[in-house]
Design a protein around this ligand. Structure first.
Ligand SMILES: C[S@@+](CC[C@H](N)C(=O)[O-])C[C@H]1O[C@@H](n2cnc3c(N)ncnc32)[C@H](O)[C@@H]1O
Length: 186
């Protein structure tokens, strides 16, 4: 199942900045490519990646529909962009806390965030520093249903800073956009 854009997708898309640096933008876990399309319309050079080949195909079709250029790669997290750096990495990961009973759900690729909802986010944050260009930022969607504190702690342990730049309260959760960047150490 390819994730249909929802409140989380739109909140992240709303916070795509104007192009800077080398204009390299990674839409990680792209789904339909809604965040990447927003970025490409602003002038970013967008690479879309997803573990699900159907999602990558859907993103490619949506870029074509909008007459926008893009690069489309299938694979786990940063594996398809090994050795590459980006000015912006946008990621709306699967973030729902799950238990063993959820393991059989066929569509869990879009929402299974592991026992504390932060599994994919934490994994991505651990490697983010290797893929951020100088001055680059990761924009990471997180939910109060998941362990946001663990994500922020992981950033600190990985030589990165994390701050909330936007939030949206919904009926049953609060969504936040975390901006993650390298610590200014010298
Ligand atoms: C909540 S959806 C977000 C989709 C889209 N970015 C949006 O905002 O509408 C999470 C996406 O992450 C993808 N995903 C799950 N595990 C992944 C992994 N290990 N590596 C890359 N993408 C993954 C899913 O296939 C899904 O498209």
């Amino acid at each position: 199942m390819v994730y249909s854009p929802a409140e989380d997708s739109w909140l992240l898309a709303e916070h795509v900045p104007e192009p800077f640096g080398s204009r390299e933008f990674l839409d990680l876990g792209c789904g339909t490519g809604v965040v990447g399309v927003t970025a490409a319309k602003k002038g970013w050079r967008v690479t879309c990646t997803d573990l699900d080949p159907l999602a990558v195909e859907s993103a490619r079709e949506n870029f074509e529909q909008h007459g926008l250029p893009g690069e489309f790669l299938v694979g786990n997290l940063f594996e398809p962009v090994r050795g590459r750096r980006f000015d912006v990495i946008a990621f709306n990961p699967p973030y729902l806390p799950t238990g063993p009973e959820d393991k059989k759900a066929e569509d869990r690729i879009v929402w299974d965030g592991g026992p504390d909802g932060a599994r994919l986010a934490v994994e991505a944050v651990k490697s983010a520093g290797d893929h951020l260009a100088p001055g680059g930022v990761m924009l990471l969607l997180a939910s109060s249903l998941g362990n946001v504190k663990r994500i922020v702690r992981t950033a600190g342990e990985s030589g990165l800073t994390a701050r909330v730049i936007a939030g949206k309260r919904l009926f049953f959760e609060e969504l936040v956009v975390l901006e993650i960047a390298r610590k200014n150490t010298f």
